[in-house]
Design a protein around this ligand. Sequence first.
Ligand SMILES: [Zn+2]
Length: 354
Amino acid sequence: MAEREIAHEVSEQGERHREQALDSLIGQEELAGLLRRMIERDRLPHALLFHGPPQVGKRSMAYALVRRLECHEGGEDFDCACRVCRKLRRGSWYDLTELAPETKGQRMIRVETIREKEDFLAMMPLEGRRRFLLIHDADRMNAEASNAFLKTLEEPPAHLHIVLLTDRWSALSETIRSRCTALRFRSVERSRLAEWLREMAGGDPVQNSLLAALAEGSPGRALELLHSDILARRQQALESFRTFTEQGYRALFKTAYELNQASADDPAEMLWFLLSYSRDMLVTRVAPNAAADLLINADLTDNVSAESERQSTAGLLAALEKIAAGFSWSGRMVNRQLALENLLLDVGAARRPL
Ligand SMILES: [Zn+2]
């Protein structure tokens, strides 16, 4: 299978990527300002490299940049109905082409795909003033593909703008990196992200703050979580865990069973719930006055506080370390029921009642 042309898939994932304006991306104002100044001074580099954590707005920024340059109205209006914006939204703007790794197999961008695009890139734009190439997950170009692409990257035609996107800066070859102007995207501060969620969808402040923490600074992830049942899963996991912390080893097998049932899809997520809860207990223990602002599970303050009072600081810290160690098996094929029983045994042994 040839590498997929991802226009349609991107549309299905969410039109919002394609409807952003440069200045509308939360947390990336500095980069947007930089790009705007480059455009105003006619100094926009022909090869840009957007890198940073997943789902912080790299893709949206790339589309916003294309819109800013090509939209007949300046690309600031989300709902702009000009011909360019309508086509970009549908993924049918002829002068924009996108590459991404294959969805199956090794998930690489192969040299054949790069070669197939060479003619397109060399030709003059058909519909707009420029031609654009976006390469998603650019670190997935294999060595041969990278070498083939270098020629285009070193001497891009005057009408061509290339944007490489990657979550994995270090996986990209130094040769590629050094030929691009790199822009580093950052994750968004939790309180800012919670506020943004409120603006987007309303909702309860405690819940928004929790979702922002779960999303680890990524607006794209936060929106996904908002429409998922992650809060119910967290509730279930923490209720089971609390049964264990209250009843001790008597509840060990039952708790391990319930946690395993609750985490069939993603054991790392379940461990994250336990870790965040244990971390909250530790924070409450060492900084009781400041804790209210720092808690991740702010809706469970009373439980966290009551439990942390029964444990020594050293015990809470040791238990936290045992849970963190669980991430080493969470991605592997192991007997999870057994692994969870061991984890709870370790946590139980680590805790030190006062
Ligand atoms: Zn427009």
